[in-house]
Write a protein of this length. Structure first.
Length: 957
């Protein structure tokens, strides 16, 4: 059931781009459905007891997709899914109808991936999986913020820098816990006895606190959260109300049962929480941008939550959970509603709105309701949660002054909360009035004086969120059971929550009443308050501090990478060569009693091949032109191919042969952009290269001679040879290893190949490549009439190219039993494509227009889908499942091999399509082939005069 909820959320991720292409911005309605379905699945799975699921992932190191649903995970999962679905539906009206402007595909893809990452985070019962999900939330938020335009670039980078820094702290904590407890299971870690050790507990507490502070924008890592408000309103609503900032709160609550009694933990959380709460509240009062006000209010409210978790009592943890729910409701509603105002009025500045006639009765009422809930005004749900925080502060354990300090901090923050909530309501309704400095503020030109109400489909979703705050305020008892279970999970003690508007006259009620009165007084005195607040700015900026750290890190990285930060191969090869030499010397000096040589370690024809390969190496070194070097390097490659064949490694030999063929073809396309001859190297540099090469060569040779034939077959080799057929049903051991035993490795390599192709495309399509070098050809030479002299290649190439591609399909199908398989078959198909490329009349020939992006994408998709099928059949990710058809085994490994086949073909076609001759006036992203090269200039009247071919006009986009 838990995995089903995850898969439903992933379904929305997979469907995001196709749905957006069909429906445009309206895809939000469709994509919200899987999230609501996932929420329904979790509710149906919840019985009151902790529910766990185990799905193997990397069992050898104890990392599995273990999922756990307890009360705490259920509450946060509902926030993630329900609020996420609401924001997706809201986005269907917020986004522009112009797809070029709104780019709904990328938006919905990232938003649904954000939701999936958060759901995996709250359901994870493995600390490694939790860390992976944690990092995914950082990256998805980075892309969501960054997609808002050039002005969002720096805020996105600052957000990523801070949150990834916290991720490193979490990684250190995960490593410590896994090593010290001996398990990666979150349940096992929390149940371990090691938490009684003060040193370990304190270290982990500090690391987890730092990780949570960066994620939840707590002092001193708070700067990124207001900075991220450059993102569009749906992104801000999700990020601030239900997604990334709540990840830090969830992490603190998860580890609260084992860390609540640690004094360092309590001091860090209470201290940082109170500072953040006050700093955010004071900053919010100074904001004129309503969205900026909400951003600082989020920072302040998160500070209150962290403070409550730091108090650590069951009452405090219950209050933190209740306020988390309340905050998700009123903050998501407010961000969406301010987005409505901004959309209709063209501004979020309360000074500009004051100069307008705002006629938005429904939106204004909903803003008032949600803001009053944020202020803690009865009978709204925010009042219940705020009163719970006050009650928790009054019961803070410790010295007598500590409850007073914590209560005063929460109360003062709450007073400012009422003040900035009033500022928000008055500002959104256009009732704030002129600026106290008397400055005039006008709205953008071309806007009407009156701001009208938005369509009901636009404000409907946020109004429902605001109404939920009213309903839960009037009927809070419906949350008693889930809140009790969540508080039990967070505190480790039995909790019976009783949420109500009225608990009688007590200290918490009196403090709450005083907060409301003082807050309303600040609203009434808003002019002098604003005047004072405008002069209360700090003399430094936290954003400047983040930028300074960023620049210092870049500077340190530049210094550290100076030795390797070059494109020249020599520095990259020198150090490995020297290390290899040192290892060889150390081995000779220290290794004793080598095993006796088993059998005959070499044969006479091995030495013939050594001479052949050596001759190729020497010829390569002495080559003066690039084309000559390429040819003699091929001698080395073909020599190695023969060597593999003599050793019986047919798969490896075939792979080497195809790689050599394709390398020559691709290198020809590259060499035409490079000078024909190598440049002369200074003698000292050449001697360095000779020294490094000699050391590496001698060390490798001596090592091979010393160790060859001195060991029998290894255990793992024996396992593969004996178990390939028994466990995987295949007789081609190489292919069985690739697509069965080590399928996850192959899947990772396949995605790397896809990324490589996309990188090639990005580099070549966004930068002006070096134009082809002009070459002088004597008109009496056969090279001056290439087309006429290559009729045989054009005729036979079209036939044999197709036959070779058909042969590749045969190699693919038989790969599990005989030499072949997806990778080799793709290389063979690539060779067939290369032959078609050479035989084609032009680069626009239909037989060359293979959609390489579709090949790559479908290949990775097929491989991933095969892995998911393995999960669904209970065999784990990429676990093989098959049937017998006419005594022939059909397995999902064949489908996986087909994915490899498609992805590798896509890479090869991309190389030819992107490195081939340019084509003027055509968008290269929309095609996968190039036009023919530029015809040579007309010859002169002298038949012996050389003619010069010129470079083609650069590709235009």
């Amino acid at each position: 059931m838990l995995l089903t909820s995850l898969l439903l959320t992933l379904l929305s991720v997979v469907a995001a781009v196709p749905a957006s292409r069909v429906l445009g911005r309206d895809a939000g309605w469709v994509l919200a459905a899987p999230l609501l379905a996932a929420a329904g699945v979790l509710i149906a799975a919840w019985t009151g007891d902790v529910r766990t699921e185990h799905h193997p992932w990397i069992p050898a190191v104890g990392v599995d997709l273990d999922l756990r649903l307890n009360g705490l995970a259920l509450v946060f999962a509902m926030i993630v899914l329900v609020i996420g679905a609401a924001i997706l539906a809201y986005s269907s009206r917020y986004l522009s109808r112009d797809r070029t402007e709104s780019r709904p595909g990328s938006f919905y893809l990232l938003m649904t991936a954000f939701a999936a990452s958060m759901l995996l985070l709250v359901l994870a019962d493995n600390i490694v999986v939790l860390f992976v999900a944690w990092e995914f939330t950082s990256f998805t938020s980075f892309f969501l913020i960054g997609r808002s335009g050039d002005h969002a670039r720096d805020p996105a980078i600052r957000t990523l820098l801070v949150t990834v820094g916290g991720g490193l702290a979490l990684l250190a904590a995960v490593a410590l816990m896994a090593v010290r407890t001996g398990t990666a299971s979150l349940s096992g870690v929390l149940a371990s006895d090691v938490w009684s050790e003060a040193g370990f507990t304190t270290t982990v507490a500090v690391l987890l606190a730092v990780a949570a502070f960066t994620k939840s924008a707590q002092f001193p890592f708070q700067a990124w959260l207001p900075d991220s408000m450059v993102a569009i309103s749906p992104v801000s609503a999700y990020l601030h109300a239900a997604a990334m900032v709540k990840a830090g709160i969830f992490l603190l609550l998860v580890f609260s049962p084992v860390l609540a009694g640690n004094p360092v933990w309590s001091a860090l959380l209470i201290g940082s929480g109170l500072i953040t709460a006050l700093l955010g509240a004071v900053s919010a009062i100074r904001r004129h941008d309503l969205k900026g006000l909400l951003a600082y209010s989020t920072m302040s409210q998160l500070g209150l939550l962290v403070t409550a978790i730091g108090i650590g009592t069951p009452v405090a943890l219950t209050a933190a959970i209740v306020h988390t729910v309340a905050h998700a409701l009123f903050k998501s509603a407010l961000f969406m509603l301010i987005g409505v105002v901004d959309h209709e009025a063209g501004t979020r500045d309360l000074r500009e709105l004051a100069a307008r006639h705002v006629r938005m009765p429904v939106t204004g009422t909903a803003i008032a309701v949600a803001a009053l809930s944020m202020a803690g005004i009865p009978p709204l749900f925010g009042f219940i949660s705020k009163e719970g925080l006050v009650e928790a502060a009054l019961g803070t354990p410790g010295p007598a002054w500590l409850p007073v300090l914590v209560t005063a901090g929460i109360a003062l923050t709450s007073v400012f909360t009422v003040a900035y909530s009033g500022r928000l309501v008055l500002g959104a309704l256009g009732l704030w009035g002129p600026s106290p400095d008397g400055a005039a503020h006008s709205w953008p030109t071309g806007r009407e004086d009156e701001v009208h109400e938005a369509p009901a489909t636009f404000w409907g979703v946020p109004v429902l969120a605001a109404a939920a705050g009213v309903a839960l305020g009037l009927l809070p008892g419906v949350l008693d059971t889930p809140v009790s279970y969540a508080a039990e999970a967070a505190s480790g003690a039995e909790v019976h929550a009783h949420l109500a508007l009225w608990h009688g006259v007590n200290t918490a009620l009196l403090v709450s009443a005083a907060i409301i009165v003082l807050g309303l007084l600040l609203v009434a005195l808003r002019r002098p308050v604003e005047r004072v607040a405008s002069h209360a700015a700090l003399p430094f900026s936290a954003l400047d501090a983040v930028d300074e750290v960023r620049h210092r890190l870049i500077g340190v990285g530049a210094v550290v990478s100076r030795a390797s930060g070059t494109l020249a191969p020599r520095p990259h090869l020198l150090i490995p060569a020297l290390v290899l030499g040192l290892l060889a010397v150390a081995g000779v000096a220290t290794i004793e009693d080598l095993p006796a040589v088993v059998g005959q370690p070499s044969r006479w024809h091995d030495w013939v091949l050594v001479v052949l390969v050596g001759a190729g190496v020497i010829a390569t070194i002495r080559a003066k032109t690039r084309i000559a070097a390429m040819v003699v390097v091929g001698v080395v490659g073909f020599g190695m191919t023969l060597w593999f064949l003599t050793l019986g490694a047919v798969d490896v030999a075939l792979t080497q042969l195809m790689v050599e063929v394709l390398t020559v073809c691709v290198m020809v396309l590259l060499l035409r952009r490079l000078p024909a001859r190598f440049s002369d190297e200074p003698t000292p540099r050449r001697m360095q290269a000779v020294l490094a090469a000699s050391v590496a060569g001698v060390a490798a040779t001596l090592g091979v001679l010393a160790f060859t034939g001195r060991s029998s077959m290894s255990e793992i080799a024996h396992f593969y040879l004996t178990q390939s057929y028994a466990q995987a049903g295949g007789t081609n051991v190489v292919n069985v290893i690739l697509v069965d035993f080590r399928a996850v490795d192959t899947w990772g390599e396949m995605t790397v190949l896809g990324a490589t192709a996309l990188t090639i495309a990005a580099l070549l399509l966004n930068r002006r490549p070096t134009p082809p070098q002009p070459s002088a050809v004597d008109m009496r030479s056969p090279l001056a009439h290439v087309r006429e002299n290559l009729v045989h290649i054009r005729v036979f190439g079209r036939v044999f190219g197709v036959l070779i591609i058909l042969l590749s399909a045969f190699l693919l199908l038989r790969g599990h039993y005989e030499p072949g398989g997806g990778f080799i078959a793709a290389l063979v198909a690539g060779a067939g494509y290369a032959l078609l490329y050479l035989a084609a009349d032009s680069d626009t020939a239909p037989e060359l227009r293979w959609p390489y992006l579709a090949f790559i994408g479908s290949g990775i998709a097929v491989g991933t889908a095969t892995g998911i099928v393995g999960y669904l059949t209970g065999k784990g990710f990429l676990g093989a499942a098959g049937v017998k058809v006419l005594d022939y085994g059909l397995s999902t490994t064949l489908a996986f091999d087909m994915g490899v086949y498609l992805a590798v073909i896509g890479l090869i076609v991309a190389a030819f399509s992107l490195l081939g001759p340019e084509r003027p006036g055509e968008d290269p992203l929309r095609a996968s082939s190039r036009d023919p090269g530029v015809a040579p200039a007309a010859p002169s009247s002298d038949p012996s005069a050389p003619t010069t071919t010129t470079a083609r006009e650069e590709v235009t986009r």
